[in-house]
Write a protein that binds this ligand. Sequence first.
Ligand code: FES
Length: 451
Amino acid sequence: MFGGTVLVLDPIGAPVHGELPATWRDLGERRKVVWCGRGADGFWGEARAALDQLTGPVDIVAAGASVPAAMTLGREHANTVRSVLLVDPAAAERTVSAAEARAADAVWQQHEASRIRAMAEEGVRVRVIAHSWAGDGDRRDAPLPLGHPAVVERVKAEISHESPSMRGVLDMPAKMTVLDQPASLLQTVIGKILPSRKLRDLLHGTWLGHPVHPALAQFPIGMYMSATVLDFMPGRHKHAPGVLIGLGVLASVPTAAAGAADYTHATPEQRRTGLVHALVNSAGLLCYISSLWARLRGHRMSGKGEALLGLTLVSAGAMLGGHLSFRHAMGTNHAQDVPYVSPTEWSDLGPADHYPQRQPTRRLVGDVPVVVVRDGDDFYVLADKCSHAGGPLSDGTLRNDGELCIECPWHGSTFGLMDGAVVHGPATAPQPVFDTRVEQGHLQAQARTWG
Ligand code: FES
């Protein structure tokens, strides 16, 4: 069972006799669906009035010409609207053929990146859920109609992510806007405690090419788990569990420090989940310290009980930590797909002498956004989507850090232009690089692969 309301802004108009399209009826039986067309005045007054009445959560669905209204309403009603789900948004501004829809939507998303981030900060997720694809059952020009089965399936999938299930339980902290204030405060405090960029790079794992926090987390968890196994094993293990718990408590210090460094660049959803993750782990740590104290005083039974409670809490914290990585993409490589979705052959990027000197310029290699930098007669092409969290490098700044580098405008990750290597975090994964050549005055690029 889904909760809340789906508000559909249909650029074609409200359905005849007020009935939902056949493809939507199944969803309409389980969830309130309000279907609005554009008013006679060309505005979406009916949708605005509906939103004023609704208490939320509301998911807005829009396509093509109704996308600007959906974005505005989502922003205006951030307290009520949970997500804005878009179909072929690029078709809002111009005619987009089905064949170019996916690439055009990628460009639209890049242009709207700041607005999408601002809405995310206010708790509204903006997702492009479907594109025209120029295949069977499609139409010649975008957008896909909102009654298209492919659109309905995607809407259901997005909404089902919010359903109350085990998955919903894990997602709950990310939606608790009440955590925003303490989460921001914690972020500010950590920023003050860790002002040194070198120290933060060390804790992020920039030097390792992998986030340090999950790598360290295995030590305290492994020690705690071993201690509990020994606690309940027959035989004489009088001191071993206490020693393991002591080592686990010590190992939790650098582990927490690395997690704190990552927290300084977390998005609002990550911040909320990260705060709960930290609180649950801290409660687990207190249980273990208390268990240790009890054992030192000879109270082994209560020490065992506290350790068991600590293990339960630390395991829940670890689960939330994994959820942060796999669901909220914290610490993952956001540019991993670039070599695989880029054309395998050389792509033309236009006349080489049209590129300004030392100025990041955004282009597309196939459907993949890239940033091009010209330095004299040398050209550097990197994936535009920052490996840390997807920020647009083409809006970044060039730096000379011993070599020519580009700094991401979102959180300051810095990459060498020559090989995409991370010079400063929070990114830990290198930025995908493209080989370049100039043929008959035209710049060409081809994704560089590992083999
Ligand atoms: S998106 Fe975070 S540094 Fe680029």
